[in-house]
Ligand binder design. Structure first.
Ligand code: NAD
Length: 368
């Protein structure tokens, strides 16, 4: 039986509560002899700052590099609002992304039928929705230089951010999107603003070249980012895989997250370059933050965290079937009417974080 080393970073706020539920699900898979998972725990964010004054320590960075996958919950909270900028909790997250070279951020937006009424949109628009947003994560305007505020000396200042993309950065993210589409509904929508941005012109050109060269079997469409934002709320089910840059991806994936009802439901994956054996550095984390408003109350929804573990099975360990079974277990638990407070809807009762984890684990055990 294969064994995988997972570096677990519970982080802050509700992090430790939701990661505990992942360990229950992993145990069910080990007991069923699907695979074994060795969890090694580290510190990131405010928890790391409290322990040693850094947002992540060197030992933990080394363990992240050596693991088969990193599983992180969330960082941050009001307690660390005034710590120095370079050791703020988010710095730990950014260091992990940068040092592991995680250039591809995968954010699925799936609307479980049982939760369709929790969406801000009408049931028929979102029920059964299953799209994947692939956001470029290490380039573009968040990192481009120059990035500065200049004092013009006449009472005016000038702020500059620079949007930069090189061919290789667009090629590699396009490949990730096309490969994913082949395993899904075989369609990629590439999004930029080629009508007003040079980086958009190059983005469109390179994606089209990668498509023609290696992925002509996948349907490709190009859509301007503003039009895509509109289409996402008009008729999101027209999309399968959406690939876009760092800035547009940041916004469009947040829009997509609202289609599905609750932040507590959404997992994500961040992947690096494949090595010679096709293995990628990878970090899996829920989309939500550390939710300080509900931390310690035992009411957080652990599904996004469990779903992130499911993505690790699919994208890092080649255990797609087990990942499908986890998703089915989640869907079954929701269909049976079990709800944490954030997805309560019309339900009369809610259950705790731990009871939701137990229910998903039990449902998985039955399915296996
Ligand atoms: P948040 O995602 O933590 O919370 C937003 C709202 O959603 C809150 O009302 C919260 O209670 C609720 N919520 C979030 N996850 C939930 C879950 N699993 N179950 C039930 N309800 C849930 O965002 P925020 O309040 O803007 O940020 C709080 C802290 O988290 C800040 O310090 C922020 O910087 C940090 N943050 C971290 C990450 C990350 O680690 N990747 C992402 C976003 C925000």
């Amino acid at each position: 039986m294969a064994s995988y080393k997972i570096f677990l970073l519970p982080g802050d706020g509700i992090g430790p509560e939701v990661t505990a539920e992942v360990e229950k699900v992993a145990k069910v898979l080990s007991d069923a002899r699907v695979a074994t998972f060795e969890f090694e725990k580290g510190l990131v964010g405010g928890a790391a700052y409290d322990a040693h004054g850094k947002a992540i320590g060197e030992d933990d960075m080394a363990r992240a590099q050596a693991a088969d996958a990193v599983l992180l919950a969330a960082v941050g909270g009001p307690k660390w609002a005034n710590v120095p900028y370079d050791v703020r909790p988010e710095a730990g997250l950014l260091r992990l992304r940068k040092d592991l070279g995680l250039f591809a951020n995968l954010r699925p937006a799936v609307c479980y039928p049982a939760l369709a009424d929790a969406s801000a949109l009408k049931r028929e628009i979102v029920e059964g929705l299953d799209i994947m947003i692939v956001r470029e994560l290490t380039g573009g305007v968040y990192f481009g230089e120059p990035k500065e505020i200049i004092d013009l000396g006449n009472g005016q200042k000038r702020a500059i951010d620079t949007q930069v993309y090189d061919t290789f950065e667009i090629e590699r993210i396009a490949k990730v999107a096309f490969e994913l589409a082949r395993k899904r509904s075989n369609k990629v929508t590439s999004s930029e603003k080629h009508n007003v941005m040079k980086s958009g012109v190059l983005w469109k050109e390179v994606v089209a070249e990668v498509h023609a060269k290696s992925y002509a079997d996948v349907k490709l469409e190009h859509m301007l980012a503003d039009a895509l934002g509109m289409q996402l709320v008009r008729w999101p089910k027209q999309f399968d895989v959406i690939v876009t840059d760092n800035l547009f991806g940041d916004m469009l994936s947040d829009v997509a997250s609202m289609l599905t009802g609750s932040l507590g439901m959404l997992p994500s994956a961040s992947l690096g370059e494949a090595d010679a054996e096709g293995k990628r550095k990878a970090m899996y984390e829920p989309v939500h933050g550390s939710a300080p408003d509900i931390a310690g109350k035992g009411i957080a929804n652990p599904i996004a965290m469990i779903g992130s573990f499911g993505m690790a099975l699919r994208y890092s360990f080649g255990l797609g079937h087990a990942a499908d079974m986890i998703e089915k277990a989640i869907a079954d638990v929701l269909a049976a009417g079990l709800r944490t407070a954030d997805i309560k809807g019309d339900a009369t009762q809610t259950i705790s974080t731990s009871a939701m984890g137990d229910a998903v684990a039990a449902s998985l055990q039955k399915t296996l």
